[in-house]
Ligand binder design. Structure first.
Ligand code: NAP
Length: 327
């Protein structure tokens, strides 16, 4: 074992709700998990300004507050947090697994991957600046704050239409901006959107800039028609962007089985194809993406990992003794 290498029972990669919950459960099982938290504790949740749909908090709370509470809860039972980024893993020889971060190397008997997926960005001026102040990637999270307002949705897939329809519960009007003149979304969703009198479409158009108002919010988008080249300014107070997600699978290379969209494949027990490696949250769930669903998945993955470690205790002890014996 290298001098810098730390031997751990459980390493959790990612600190969103799935990772924080897995940390709590494995900590309560006396496994002293290490959470490689990434650059920002809480991942996507940390940039959600208010969460009103997490049970038990009827007055809502901010994303950063929720993740801070979850961290404290896990720490109280012995979880350790490292604000570090995973650079690579070696799952090829089975447990114990090598996890290399920028600052450390860990050997972990079990690994729980909760590294999430990031909403794809438009990459236009104003987008990052107005996140949480008019720009959103989650209708369920933020729709409520746009009651009576005129908003736009960007994208032409199932998410854009489904979320656009959902947002008509709150918004006065929803204009869906799509880069082509044909939707990617399924026919049924298309029909529901066409039949919804609050929804209109802007075809063949891309957002070039998100423009701010004096009050710190958004007040318009600058659009470009891809066919005619014409540029227009469309007034709006909210920009909801649904142009797909990118699962954070880069550090795993081909060491773990992914589906055709790049999400980790798990079974009902949140086991991956690598025995001893589990996955939970948005890195393996491309459908629900809610704090509450990630918490549930993190619980299941942790319980599966705890059970797996118990079942393999003897074998792991033998393996762990090996490097010292050979040193
Ligand atoms: P998606 O199907 O990949 O659609 C992304 C949409 O965004 C496409 O219309 C695409 O345009 C557009 N887009 C991509 N990059 C863009 C950019 N840079 N600028 C402007 N527009 C851009 O993603 P999704 O809608 O999130 O769906 C992901 C998966 O989940 C799909 O398999 C979907 O069927 C599934 N899903 C299903 C349901 C449901 O069944 N109820 C609900 C949600 C999601 P183009 O069309 O021109 O490529």
């Amino acid at each position: 074992m290298g001098e810098r290498m730390k031997k751990e029972r459980v390493v959790i990669i990612g600190s969103g709700p799935a990772g924080l919950t897995a940390a709590l459960y494995t900590a309560r099982a006396q496994l002293a998990p290490v959470v490689i938290a990434g650059a920002q504790l809480g991942g996507q949740v940390a940039i959600t300004h208010e969460i009103e749909n997490y049970p038990g908090f009827p007055d809502g709370l901010s994303g950063p507050e929720l993740v801070e509470r979850m961290k404290e809860h896990a720490e109280n039972f012995g979880a350790k947090f490292e604000f570090d980024l995973v650079e690579s893993v070696d799952f090829s020889r089975g447990s114990p697994f090598l996890v290399k971060t920028m600052g450390e190397e860990y050997l972990a008997d079990a690994v729980i991957v909760t590294i999430g997926a990031d909403p794809r960005k438009l990459g236009v001026p104003g987008e990052i600046e107005f996140i949480g102040a008019g720009v959103s990637y989650c209708g369920t999270c933020d729709g409520f704050f746009f009651r009576g307002k005129d908003i736009v949705v960007v994208g032409g897939g199932d998410s854009a239409l489904e979320e656009g329809i959902f947002l008509t519960r709150f918004a006065n009007s929803v204009n869906i901006i799509h880069r082509r003149d044909e939707l990617r979304a399924g026919v049924q969703l298309q029909q529901r959107a066409f039949n919804n009198e609050k929804i209109s479409f802007t075809w063949d158009s891309v957002v070039e800039e998100i423009i701010g108002a004096d009050d710190g919010g958004v007040n318009a988008v600058r659009l470009k028609n891809r066919v005619t080249g014409e540029e227009t300014t469309h007034p709006t107070e909210g920009v909801f962007i649904f142009i797909g997600h990118d699962p954070n699978n880069a550090v795993f290379g081909d060491q773990i089985a992914l589906n055709e969209n790049g999400y980790i494949i798990t079974d009902q027990r949140y086991r991956t194809n690598v025995e001893g490696v589990f996955a939970a949250g948005e890195i393996q769930d491309e459908i629900w993406r809610q704090v509450a669903t990630s918490v549930g998945q993190g619980t299941s993955a942790a319980m599966a990992a705890i059970q797996w470690l118990e079942e393999h205790e003897e074998h792991l002890q033998d393996l762990n003794a090996l490097p010292e014996a050979q040193a």
